[in-house]
Design a protein around this ligand. Sequence first.
Ligand code: SF4
Length: 456
Amino acid sequence: MKKAEPFVSTTNACKMCTPLGAAMAFKGLEGCVPFLHGSQGCATYMRRYIISHFREPMDIASSSLGEKDAVYGGKANLMQGLLNVIGKYKAPAVGIATTCLTETIGDDVPTILHEFKKECLAELNGDMPALIHCSTPSYGGSHMEGFHAAVRAMVAQLADPATEKHGGINLFSGFISPEDIRHLQDVFAHFGLPVALLPDYSETLDGPALEDYQNIPGGGTPLDAVRAMPGAGASIEFGRTIKPERSAGAVLRDKYGVPLYSLGLPIGLRESDALFTTLETLAGCAAPRRCALERGRLLDAMVDGHKYVAGKKAVIYGEEDMAVGLTSFLSEIGVKPVLVASGGESGLLSEAVAAVTGEFPGDPPLVRDGVDFYQIVAEAEALEPDLVVGNSKGYRELARAHDIPLIRVGFPIHDRFGSQRVLHLGYRGALNLYDLIVNALIEKKQDDSPVGYGYI
Ligand code: SF4
């Protein structure tokens, strides 16, 4: 009999918990309060994680289950919790995600919500908010499974089949920064394309300073825009590692015949070109001059900065689609990705990395999915990278311990200011990343040199 490998517990996971991703997505629906069916501790951890990155208030309600409820079920808590939240927030929508506890005890949330609507409608004076729910056991995936599950649930449960055709575009842009969302909206506006971008937390998680605290911050994808999605002319969905069963765009395609354009997260030149080519097709016109100029500036920067980046080796980690986009970008600027790692386990990471690196000479990068930082550091040490690119979770054991510059991207970034305003997408985002990378390498060279070079 084969001897079992000694069990090693996860050490500094390279992913976050599944309902955290769902809470993020629900935060991008106008007026929606994220609600966790589980214990208080889960909601507290997620609030802390999200607030530290966005530096904005993040309310996540909870059904606050205790030991007794773990034995007898959480139905009573879920119903009472919903009544409390609806009463306190007057929210037009509540996004309910399950946790490890309620998934393990097997609470039947759809049935409980069905009963809640019947039993509590009178108590709410007939004013029942939209109740959207998704199943998000954290032992079944990463925060990205939760994010996609919530986006798909919003579409599947809110879309109105009776919507008339309106020709707008649905955009499922994935887990990106508020700055990325604003940039995408600008790009669509330049093309003259009406867009329903879901989820839009560009204001709810990066809003202006206000005199008074608002229970529900302004912004978010309007509920009516989601309801009208079956009438769109097309959907665009970012992410090379989204399986069809997790895709919101696939719901609209399969149920309502809305054509779906599945693209990689538009990071770098080629993935952004794919987006702009799609927009040209949908808009029936060439990209506006300002977009063409941004592309030209990116190419100009690539020429100017090539001497600093050429031949450098990089380790990339984080959520799978962000890692794929970054790998694509680094490959095209002459940096050699030597390791691409993620805690996610879609099973599609290797294929996606091969698709964006295949045309470049040399050995392909090592690809590791389902790994934690203990494993990433162990692999990275032998590869001697010049650069690491990922979220702030890799700072201590990888970047600091081995004195390698870290380019902070994605989520979470807990040790820098302005994390919500990091621009990753489009030609402009690529230019921003390029400047960060070149300057990090220059700074490292200066720090390592006994000579105080003022010109590099
Ligand atoms: S118990 Fe599960 S749902 Fe709760 S914080 Fe931990 S991983 Fe997330």
